[in-house]
Design a protein around this ligand. Sequence first.
Ligand SMILES: NC(=O)c1ccc[n+]([C@@H]2O[C@H](COP(=O)([O-])OP(=O)(O)OC[C@H]3O[C@@H](n4cnc5c(N)ncnc54)[C@H](OP(=O)(O)O)[C@@H]3O)[C@@H](O)[C@H]2O)c1
Length: 242
Amino acid sequence: MANSARFDFSGANVLVTGGSNGIGYAIAAAFRDAGARVTITGTRADGDYESDFSGLTYRALDMRDAAGIAAVTAALPKLDVLVNCAGQARFNEYEPEVFEETVAVNLTGSFRMANAVLPQLKASRGSVINIASMTSYFGMSLIPGYGASKAGVLQMTKTLAEAWASDGVRVNAIAPGWVETNMTAPAQSNPEFDAKIIAHTPMKRWAKPAEMAGTVLFLCSDAAAFITGVTVPIDGGFSAVM
Ligand SMILES: NC(=O)c1ccc[n+]([C@@H]2O[C@H](COP(=O)([O-])OP(=O)(O)OC[C@H]3O[C@@H](n4cnc5c(N)ncnc54)[C@H](OP(=O)(O)O)[C@@H]3O)[C@@H](O)[C@H]2O)c1
């Protein structure tokens, strides 16, 4: 079936943290192509990446840096959409400091960012999109900090949805399945792991980053005006089966 989903975000201001790569970049490009003014963030000070950033405004930001979050926020007097996409997973998250770092980036950073732009979102009656994960629902022994942070993201989405509904701000999340990005490169290149993912995914493939974008634009559009507090799995059926 041809892809006929189109949304018009002309004149909207959108911030995508972690928009320099992978899923965030695909979401940022989709908002740009739908007419929005899009700011993206990444970790590199010089903003030197391989991707085409034309039509996007780049700012360096570490999600653990409260002053950096305040500076990005101050540069955006108007905002309609925040996509909290910046995230990390580490191999040594059984070290408490590393566990804490992953939670600080993925969960506390998302909370801090959403709080910081709340005045702008109240003014526009805008939306927040958080990025959850299959590890919001299922244990994955390799990455305890990542799983804890993503379970927290799912819960925080519900709490902030309730807290901010009376301000007209909607808060939703997507929970991607297995997506081909830098973050999952080690898993993609491990034949045993790859086979396990494919076996458990009814659609029998990994997702492309661009396949995450349509649901995000939908959730931020008027078509989703009465939807808040939900986390939508985009997982090829991964979470539907035992
Ligand atoms: N790929 C999957 O299968 C999958 C599944 C479920 C959820 N997710 C989530 O999707 C989001 C995007 O991940 P991805 O797969 O697209 O990975 P990715 O390509 O590695 O992108 C991660 C993004 O986060 C940024 N980032 C990393 N650490 C940061 C920090 N401390 N402060 C600020 N920004 C930071 C990266 O910046 P640089 O470009 O400068 O490195 C990049 O823009 C993450 O929240 C991830 O947990 C991914």
